[in-house]
Design a protein around this ligand. Structure first.
Ligand SMILES: *Cc1c(COP(=O)(O)O)cnc(C)c1O
Length: 821
């Protein structure tokens, strides 16, 4: 049989052909016809049809790469926060109009179809969303790249708000078929756990090691297509699902203990069951380490298989393969690659180490010491005995080198060691990452500097050349084009649509900021987006908000360091001012929050309750409620973000300086024409540098001032004494003004603020209030505000993830674009 590739004829580029393809998919894969079809049937048929348009490009991409054998970059991340696939794939396959025409006049409008599309929430927040933006940009830049991760059966929990409290519900994103993935159950990879390592003599009489795992689990690959925008390339994301081994099933079921056999099967499949809902705070659970090793082991096998299939010799691995580690979650890949090279491919230690050190590059995402992952040595030994031996050997050799360079500097040795002593011995994953990688990058200028100066200082002294910065970015396709079609239309009408692949072109908007007619159009876009968001707010919370008020928005994970509390104190202060003087001429504002708290993070959950409690009082106040509203939108995720970022006037980026590594929400807001009120933290600093200090409301202590204040001994009470309005707000919270007279409910919040206030909320309060007053004044001058908003967007082209990926490709990976011919 002669095999031919299907062509675009089959997938159909006319409205008739497209409609016929939907009908065919409906008929053959759903067993339905148009008369009998449900919304979901049509959605599935439509999605299949759109996916088919990408498959041809995908095959061409894969086939060409197989022929060319290029250098590949592999992005390893435990999280991907992808967002909805249907709108993206309609855009990227350029079938939006075809699909619109096909559905036009039917009882299945496109908006209904898009509502059926479930967002895969396989991440917690910024880190997972960054990974998704990077995949988008890699494909758009035609870079040979594959993402690897875990196909969690339950992604980040769905948040409901009941009586002001967060309630977590399971995210059943796979309850119905997910039409965007290809499962490959015939391509499983075995992964071992436990057991022991033994030494033996090989045929040449050399001593070698071999791992005999006690348990085996299979990794089943599923891939999701990742199309580039405006190019042929379609990359993919390969996610692993844990499956029990068939052999294992057979053995146990055969013994006759059916119930235990099923239990054992469930145990191994549990590995990919659920995403840990902690953002920035590792939980140190055995299942988590199993997840990490599971996906890394599968991915490395897959990478090496692909490499060998192209006819490359194993010694050349580092010529063709570079692996970017997204935070420490995949760092166990370093000893795993050593194990494969030594135990399975018979390389000597130093050859294996030389290759490993040229393959891996590490991105650090944090500044918080408690967020640096550590695993008990005892756990490691039990779960991954051979890896623990390898880590110890890496450490022994590393510390020997350090001793040679710094004789008798024992403090330095213990600071640098991969193993933390004192108490329970732990493996420091960030140290392992730095030792085993040729590149270590932070995610914003300030962050990278602080890594060198503080967090990883001893390593910087050893290997300064290893350290570099790559400021984060976001994809303009999802966060401008798809999220904000009105603004995209205005931008494209003004400067053409080249900005979608070259975001620096937004600069050309600058000259239009002085044009009153353009400003009016810009404002009309913002207002229309605010009207849309008001409808979402009404539907989700029952609260009526005024689109003519300023939308003051804080959406991000709930963390004390991000300081949602500071905004809450500002809101209470504003409320008190209005109550004290009802004639006060304040700028009407709608305060919009969205934030998930880790289910075990008590203080974060209490802060959610406080925000809702303050909203309850403020919104129902006959005086204040007219000039301010507080809404908490439940279940902040990518989809919700897409309707929030475009509608914001003011972006709240108010973390304590030195805590937010970069932030990416800040970029999404600025690109959609919001002005920022923010501290000099993370990428806020770079945003301010670019948009100009006059177009950014900055306040608060700098990193240096934070360190100095902490060093001299911070006393929260001093700041309370100096600010009567702050004292009043705290007294109100403490006395039950926002808890129906119950003084106990929010007592823990008051106590942390007054006792310790680790994140200097009280120290920054006065500066924040003052800056907010300036925001009020600025907002009154509509024309100038609009001009500043336009300049924010025009000057933020740098924050495209395309730019970030170009920098990684040139400065870290040395990979080249390979457009599909
Ligand atoms: C962008 C984004 C984040 C990150 O927001 P920050 O303000 O940078 O913390 C978190 N969650 C979602 C859903 C996002 O889209």
């Amino acid at each position: 049989m002669e095999i031919q590739h299907p062509t675009t004829d089959r997938t159909g580029r006319t409205p008739e052909a497209f409609r016929q393809n939907i009908v065919n998919n409906l008929y053959y894969s759903r067993g339905a016809n148009v008369q009998s079809a449900s919304n979901y049937d049509i959605y599935m048929a439509l999605s299949r049809t759109v996916r088919n348009h990408l498959v041809e490009r995908f095959r061409r991409t894969v086939d060409m790469r197989y022929a060319v054998n290029p250098r590949f970059v592999y992005y390893l991340s435990a999280e991907y926060l992808l967002g909805r696939q249907l709108p993206q794939n309609l855009l990227y396959s350029d079938t939006g109009e075809l699909a619109g025409a096909a559905l036009d006049g039917s009882q299945f409008p496109m908006t209904t179809m898009i509502e059926q599309d479930v967002e895969p929430g396989l991440g917690n927040g910024g880190l997972g969303r960054l990974a998704a933006c990077f995949l988008d940009s890699l494909a758009t830049l035609d870079i040979p790249a594959i993402g690897y991760g875990i196909r969690y059966e339950y992604g980040i929990f769905r948040q409901e708000i009941r009586d002001g409290y967060q309630v977590e519900q399971p995210d059943e994103w796979l309850a119905l078929d997910f039409p965007w993935e290809f499962a490959q159950p015939d391509d499983m990879i075995p992964v071992g756990f436990g057991g022991h390592a033994e030494h033996y003599h090989d045929a040449h009489g050399h001593v070698r090691a071999r791992w005999h795992p006690a348990e085996q689990v299979m990794g089943e690959p599923h891939h999701i297509l990742v199309p580039g925008y405006g190019t042929t390339t379609v990359n993919f994301l390969r996610l692993w699902r844990a499956r029990a081994t068939a052999e294992f099933d057979f053995r146990l079921f055969d013994i006759g203990d059916y119930a235990s056999a099923v239990q054992a099967k469930v145990h191994s499949e549990n590995i990919s069951k659920v995403l840990y809902p902690n953002d920035n705070t590792p939980q140190g659970r055995e299942l988590r380490l199993r997840q990490q090793y599971f996906f890394v082991a599968c991915s490395l096998r897959d990478i090496i298989d692909r490499f060998l299939r192209c006819g490359n010799p194993i010694e050349d691995l580092a010529e063709k393969v570079v692996i970017q580690l997204n935070d420490t979650h995949p760092v166990v890949g370093i000893p795993e690659l050593m194990r494969l090279l030594i135990d399975e491919y018979d390389l000597e230690w130093h050859a294996a180490w030389e290759i490993t050190g040229r393959v891996f590059a590490y991105t650090c995402h944090t500044l918080m010491p408690e967020a640096l992952e550590k695993w008990p040595v005892s756990l490691f030994e039990r779960l991954l005995p051979r890896h623990m031996v390898i880590i110890n050997e890496i450490n022994r050799r590393f510390l020997a080198d350090v001793s040679a360079r710094y004789p008798n500097d024992y403090d330095r040795l213990s600071r640098l060691s991969l193993i933390e002593d004192g108490g329970e011995r732990q493996v420091r994953m960030a140290h392992l990452a730095v030792v085993g990688s040729f590149s270590v990058n932070g995610v914003a200028e300030l962050h990278s500097q602080l890594l060198k100066d503080r967090v990883l200082r001893d390593f910087y002294e050893l290997w300064p050349e290893r350290f570099n910065n790559k400021t984060n970015g976001v994809t303009p396709r999802r966060f401008i084009r798809l999220a904000n079609p009105r603004l995209s239309g205005l931008i494209s009408d003004t400067i053409g649509d080249g900005w979608l692949r070259d975001l620096d072109r937004l600069e050309q908007l600058e000259s239009h900021a002085a044009d009153a007619a353009f400003r009016a159009q810009w404002r009309a876009v913002k207002t229309a987006n605010k009207v849309d968001l008001a409808a979402v707010i009404l539907a989700r919370t029952g609260c009526v908000v005024d689109p003519n008020s300023m939308y003051d928005v804080m959406v991000k994970r709930l963390h004390e360091y991000k300081r949602q509390l500071l905004q809450a104190l500002h809101i209470i202060t504003r409320y008190n001012r209005l109550v004290a003087d009802p004639t006060l001429d304040l700028t009407p504002r709608t305060f919009i929050f969205g934030a998930k708290a880790a289910p075990g993070y008590y203080m974060a959950k209490l802060i959610i309750k406080l925000i809702n409690a303050v909203g309850e009082v403020v919104n129902n106040d006959p005086v204040a409620g007219k000039l301010m509203k507080v809404v908490f939108l439940p279940n902040f995720n990518v989809t919700l973000g897409e309707s929030i970022y475009p509608a914001a006037d003011l972006s709240e980026q108010i973390s304590m300086a030195g805590k937010e590594a970069s932030g990416t929400g800040n970029m999404k807001f600025a690109l959609n024409g919001a002005l920022t009120i923010g501290t000099l933290d993370g990428a806020n600093i770079e945003i301010r540098e670019r948009v100009g200090a006059e177009n950014f409301f900055h306040f608060g202590l700098t990193v240096e001032e934070v360190f100095a204040l902490k060093a001299q001994g911070y006393r929260p009470m001093d700041y309370v004494a100096a600010a009567p309005e702050l004292e009043k707000a705290l007294k109100q919270i403490a006395s039950g003004v926002f808890s129906d007279g119950d003084p106990t409910l929010f007592e823990p919040i008051i106590r942390t603020l007054l006792d310790r206030d680790e994140f200097l909320v009280l120290a920054d309060y006065a500066a924040y209030i003052e800056s907010q007053e300036e925001v009020d004044r600025a907002y009154r001058d509509e024309e100038t505000w609009t001009q500043r908003a336009i300049l924010n967007a025009a000057r933020c082209g740098f924050f495209s993830s395309d730019r970030a990926m170009r920098q990684y490709a040139e400065e870290i990976w040395r990979v080249k674009s390979l457009p599909v011919k």
